[in-house]
Design a protein around this ligand. Structure first.
Ligand code: ATP
Ligand code: MG
Length: 413
């Protein structure tokens, strides 16, 4: 037997209703903000992610599923959702749309990581991307959108925010970080030593314990913000407070992608161990420019749907089951089966959910099966009923019986 690849998951028929539920909630909330869905390919040219995500990030350095296709092109399975949307925006001239352009997506994401609970090699993200506005209003609205989803799903999470400044303040900050770490190299992991050379900010995102410990006393980006970035951050805080959202400023969050500028944020929980980030995002005012699309600011987030579902499970949030079968047809004899078959197809076309036996079960076994699937009504048709032109209809919730004429049966529902 061939097994499922490591770090991937099947969603089985008995659990897909949970996905439908979460997907419906995220779509409904996105719609309240007038965001529209965008769908982009599962794979892109590798170069898009090198340029978009950044070649000093873990995602690009270690985690991408990259292969050469038969036409000798380097192709990569989406390791995140933003770069593809940015490419589509540029390529389709969406710059000419009415701004702000509010988009959302639900997509599989592929990362070659060490699989563990809440860390998969294929996971799914709901994400939003709001383009065209550099104002902190938009950051606040995007954060609220994520918050509304998590609240609608009955999840309790904490919001952490930070500002990463602009390239101007970041240059100052990187200098300060280099100075700080200069005499602490013995406390940094191998990867962080490279980061110190190439992109010291990335050290703040390291998950190695000694690095995490050392980082605690490092200079804080919030002390290096230029006036414009500080003002932007203050406005965001004011709007979040006005909307009644509690947050913590955590100057150590930088998120795992290089394109962020100014606002970064994450929604975290203590209930999922070290995979506690349910949603992460931020502003990326230079991404479109870096990809050759000119000046278009943007802000967005990615929400890990497996983690959302795990958190619902861990905190005992009930997910409503989808509708069960309305009518199960129990039949006896070939003629009765044919009649019931015709009735069930007519009813389905009318929007009624029906089932009829496919396993040549005995009547008794059919009743048992109808019970198992939780049918609301069982319609019984045998020779007797055919002769009289009737159907015996049983309402399963109270056991009440009703006799309905065969001719009027479809109209009954
Ligand atoms: P982490 O710090 O947990 O590695 P990240 O910084 O890599 O997360 P993002 O790239 O911002 O996360 O992705 C957005 C969201 O997608 C995360 O907050 C998380 O909920 C989810 N996510 C990221 N990687 C995985 C994964 N390998 N398996 C399942 N969910 C994931
Ligand atoms: Mg990661």
């Amino acid at each position: 037997m061939v097994n499922i690849p490591k770090g991937t998951k099947d969603v089985l028929p008995d659990e897909s209703y949970k996905w439908h539920y979460v997907e419906k909630v995220v779509r409904d909330v996105a719609d309240k903000y007038n965001a529209k869905e965008i769908r982009t390919p599962t794979f892109e040219h590798t170069e898009l992610f090198l340029r978009g995500v950044g070649d000093t990030t873990d995602i690009v350095n270690k985690e991408m599923y990259t292969f050469t296709d038969k036409g000798d092109r380097s192709i990569t399975l989406k390791p995140e959702g933003t770069a593809g949307v940015a490419r589509a925006f540029i390529e389709n001239g969406l710059k000419n749309s009415a701004m702000p352009l509010k988009m959302y997506y639900i997509t599989p994401v592929f990362r070659y990581e060490r699989p563990q609970a809440g860390r998969l090699r294929e996971h799914h993200q709901f994400g939003v991307e709001f383009y065209g506005s550099s104002s902190a209003d938009t950051d606040a609205e995007v954060i609220l959108l994520a918050y509304d989803i998590l609240t609608a799903l009955n999840l309790k999470v904490k919001l952490n925010i930070n500002s990463m400044g602009c390239p101007k303040c970041r240059a100052e900050y990187n200098k300060a970080l280099r100075e700080f770490f200069a005499d602490k190299k013995d406390r940094l992991c191998e990867t962080c030593l490279t980061r110190l050379e190439k992109n010291p900010l990335r050290i703040l995102d390291c998950k190695v314990d000694t690095c995490k410990e050392t980082v605690k006393d490092a200079p804080k980006i919030t002390d290096f913000l230029c006036d414009d970035c500080r003002e932007h951050f203050e406005k965001l805080k004011k709007l979040l407070t006005a909307a009644g959202l509690e947050y913590t400023v955590n100057p150590l969050i930088v998120r795992g992608l290089d394109y962020y500028t100014r606002t970064v944020f994450e929604f975290v929980t203590d209930s999922l161990g070290s995979q506690g980030t349910v949603c992460g995002g931020g502003r990326y005012d230079n991404l479109i420019g870096q990809l050759g699309g000119g000046d278009t600011p943007g802000v967005g987030f990615g929400m890990g749907l497996e983690r959302v579902l795990m958190l619902m499970e861990a905190t005992g949030v009930e997910i409503p089951k989808e509708n069960s079968v309305d009518i199960y047809f129990a039949t006896m004899g070939e003629k009765a089966y044919e009649k019931a078959f015709a009735l069930s197809s007519a009813l389905r076309r009318k929007g009624v959910k029906c089932e009829i036996d496919h396993m040549e079960r005995s009547v008794k076994a059919q009743f048992k099966y109808s019970d198992k699937i939780g049918a609301k009504y069982v319609a019984t048709i045998g020779d007797n009923e055919l002769e009289k032109g009737e159907v015996a209809l049983k309402k399963m919730s109270d056991g009440s019986l009703e006799t309905v004429s065969l001719d009027g049966f479809v109209e009954r529902f």
